[in-house]
Design a protein around this ligand. Structure first.
Ligand code: SAM
Length: 271
């Protein structure tokens, strides 16, 4: 297969990546045959996935809008993915033109494409890093040069933590960020998950497929997602099914929103 000029040398074109599968689902062009095959297979076993992904993106937009409206001007987008319509800096700047964003991902295509798209934009930086190492992220030149950590930061973990199993201590990882943030900082997160007996059609086959091809998915229910906000005050309406977090129009909703396979919330660091 010919390697396009935007594909960094180190990536294996035959192995699907989380970021490129997600790019394909969102209608992007930065993916390969192996990514598209897995993405199509997943949609085949769980048809509601397409709407789930769109609902997640809509949550990201609403969360960033509300954070910008509440005065946050610094956004740390962890697991940011391959840039697509409605990127965090675009949404934030509509509300607050002076917003600054650091995008963080470990995927080389996501990072290379983000850098080429954002080159020359003084208010945006792109960092290739593993989000499980908060110190490396927060001490990076990208964060240190662009952010004032004495001022509130919004940490975004959108459609990310289902890739971090409990054995890797996601609560401890979040704490690693939280303990370095100024009062008034926020955490916004969403992740896939269901409550027992509410799994959508194909849920287990979808998880099996991901476990066999890329990485296992750690599904979590309402209580487990709420536990991620340790030390934060949840803002209204608390942790909800993703479409039910401050929906703005019927486009943000879906018929089965109350059983949607994913949860979201935003918390504020008091003080
Ligand atoms: C499903 S995409 C979500 C993209 C975006 N946040 C959104 O919601 O539209 C998840 C992203 O997280 C990245 N990711 C997963 N685990 C990561 C880790 N440990 N460190 C950095 N990035 C990670 C993947 O590379 C991928 O781009």
């Amino acid at each position: 297969m010919a390697r396009p000029d935007w594909a960094p040398d180190e990536i294996d074109l035959e192995r699907p990546s989380i970021a490129r599968v997600y790019d394909y689902w969102l209608g992007g062009a930065h993916n390969f045959a192996a990514d598209r095959a897995l993405a199509d297979q997943a949609l085949g076993v769980m048809p509601s996935l397409k709407s789930a992904i769109m609902m997640n993106r809509a949550f990201l937009r609403r969360a960033v809008q509300s954070l910008a409206a509440s005065g946050v001007r610094q956004f740390l987008d962890l697991g940011s993915g391959i840039p697509t319509v409605g990127n965090v800096h675009e949404v934030a700047r509509q509300a607050a033109p002076d917003s600054r964003v650091v995008y963080v991902d470990r995927d080389p295509v996501a990072v290379a494409h983000s850098r080429s798209l954002l080159m020359g934009d003084a208010g945006v930086a792109v960092l290739q890093a593993d989000i499980r190492d908060p110190r490396a992220v927060l001490d990076s030149p990208e964060v240190q040069d662009l952010f004032d950590l004495g001022e509130p930061v919004a940490v975004l973990m959108v459609a990310l933590l289902h890739f971090v199993p409990d054995s890797e201590d996601p609560i401890g990882i979040i704490r690693g960020y939280r303990d370095r943030l100024a009062p008034g900082s926020h955490l916004a997160l969403s992740q896939l998950g269901t409550e027992p007996g509410e799994e959508p059609e194909g849920w287990q086959r979808y998880r099996d497929l991901y476990a066999a091809s890329v990485t296992p998915l750690s599904s979590r229910g309402h209580a487990e997602v709420t536990a991620f906000f340790e030390g934060f005050d949840l803002v209204d309406p608390g942790v909800t099914r993703i479409p039910l977090w401050r929906p703005e129009s019927v486009d943000d909703l879906e018929p089965d929103a109350a059983r949607f396979p994913g949860f979201a919330g935003v918390g504020r660091l008091p003080g």
